[in-house]
Design a protein. Structure first.
Length: 190
């Protein structure tokens, strides 16, 4: 899903494309679960495929627009090796002993004006409502601010009430999509 964000254009900011090392966040829940947020790496390809395959049909439908969504090898490579000049992709990892599992993914891609970025976020079905999404979004927005971006924009299915509630809770305003009635725009000034 991509559309022209020119209606949100503002002048280019100097140094907006400067790449930062990115956030690394770690925390332990009261139940002893250990989580880490970091940038995605090429060696995360298998774990990212496992994460996407573990999502329920409904979750895949709400995130990707169809429930039978699967990443091809080339798409997977593109996801795990993003253009760091234009994109930040963070993953949330849950550590159990020596094993780490991706339980959340969030990314933004800078738009042509260098001011806006379009975001996408997903958390594993088993880890909803424990704060992973909020921590991912906070880290993603921090990285966007560090790059000089001024606005985060997301496209959300109008029927995805849980995502719309989450996004509003993160401080986003919800608007009608200018081109597609089945979508809403979530917009936040950084």
């Amino acid at each position: 899903m991509s559309f022209d964000l020119s209606m949100f254009n503002t002048p280019m900011i100097p140094n907006a494309h400067r790449v930062q090392p990115g956030p690394r966040v770690a925390w332990t829940t009261p139940y002893g679960d250990v989580f880490t947020i970091r940038k995605i790496r090429p060696e995360d390809m298998i774990a990212m495929r496992d994460f996407c395959e573990s999502l329920s049909y409904t979750t895949r439908y709400l995130r990707f627009g169809h429930g039978d969504f699967h990443l091809s090898d080339s798409e997977l490579l593109h996801v795990c090796e993003p253009d760091h000049q234009q994109c930040t992709h963070l993953i949330a990892l849950m550590t159990a002993g020596k094993h780490q599992q991706i339980v959340g993914s969030a990314r933004f891609v800078m738009q042509g004006n260098g001011i806006n970025a379009e975001f996408a976020i997903e958390v594993s079905d088993h880890w909803h409502h424990v704060g992973i999404g909020h921590r991912l979004m906070t880290a993603l927005e921090h990285d966007a601010r560090e790059r000089g971006l001024r606005r985060m924009i997301g496209q959300v299915l109008a029927s995805n009430a849980h995502m719309l509630d989450f996004i509003v809770d993160c401080g986003y305003e919800i608007h009608y999509h200018p081109e597609e009635a089945y979508l809403k725009l979530a917009i936040k000034r950084l």
